[in-house]
Ligand binder design. Structure first.
Ligand SMILES: O=C(O)CCC(=O)C(=O)O
Ligand SMILES: [Fe+2]
Length: 240
């Protein structure tokens, strides 16, 4: 059963033991199915600041909706049902929604009224990989999960970390806010939720012995979108 905690000095929510085993298994089926499609992160959007991000992430990533130019398929058919299940039934679980409503950081209280649209991003980290400091404010090209309008912005990141290996060291998540920093040590099956404008990083992952791809450290992120109004009214205090 998951437990939820909030940090006083950081608008960050930490959920431990988040998913039941069957949901984790379903997500691993998706990871395995798309193993060959993970690629070096590509932030080629019109916003030039994004290009800097290329060198920050040492892992390999994949986006959903998944865009495959060669196959030219309908992207909306490319989101596995396990991902929708994860977002709708777990990230928007009534236990979490209830917590958001009464969060001590006002910013989270509006999540329930926005609904679960956004994008889905997965990073796979092998031995030696890390993700240097960054914000999740740029939206890589492509549609949102429910095909909604471009007037929505990415506002929150829900980040689930998974790793089956017991031989992992590092892979912690770091946050920076108002000149303070916070380290959340890597824990399998834990979820952090934060406004996308908070600087964060994942420390170098070291496996003490060689591991198979399936034993990599995975970061599964739902980048939640909200309306412009919501954005300007509620997030300005965080200097969007
Ligand atoms: O691996 C992590 O925990 C963080 C990943 C991340 O920040 C990102 O992909 O934007
Ligand atoms: Fe990030």
């Amino acid at each position: 059963m998951f437990t939820i905690k909030e940090f006083e000095d950081f608008p960050i929510i930490l959920v431990n033991d988040f998913l039941p085993d069957n949901m984790i298994d379903n997500l691993y089926v998706v990871l395995k199915e798309y193993e060959e499609k993970f690629n070096i992160p590509n932030w080629n959007s019109k916003d030039k600041s994004n290009s800097k991000k290329m060198s920050l992430c040492m892992g390999k990533d994949i986006w959903f909706p998944f865009i495959c130019k060669e196959e030219n398929e309908n992207i909306t058919h490319k989101v596995p049902s396990a991902i929708y299940d994860f977002i709708e039934n777990y990230l928007f679980h009534q236990g979490l929604i209830e917590f958001f409503k009464y969060s001590s950081h006002d910013i989270f209280r509006v999540i329930p009224s926005q609904g679960p649209d956004g994008r889905f991003h997965i990073v796979s980290y092998g031995n030696g990989d890390y993700y240097n400091w960054h914000k999740d404010t740029s939206l890589a090209e492509g549609a949102l999960l429910y095909g909604s309008s471009p007037s929505r912005n990415i506002l929150f990141t829900f980040n689930l970390t998974l790793c089956k290996s017991n031989n992992l060291s590092g892979g912690d998540t770091l946050f920076m806010h108002n000149n303070k920093s916070l380290k959340i040590p890597f824990t399998n099956n834990s979820l952090v939720i934060f406004p996308t404008i908070i600087n964060h990083a994942a420390t170098k992952i070291v496996f003490k012995k060689e591991e198979s791809w399936e034993n990599n450290r995975f970061s599964l992120q739902f980048w939640m979108a909200g309306t412009q109004n919501f954005c300007t009214e509620n997030i300005k205090e965080l200097r969007w």
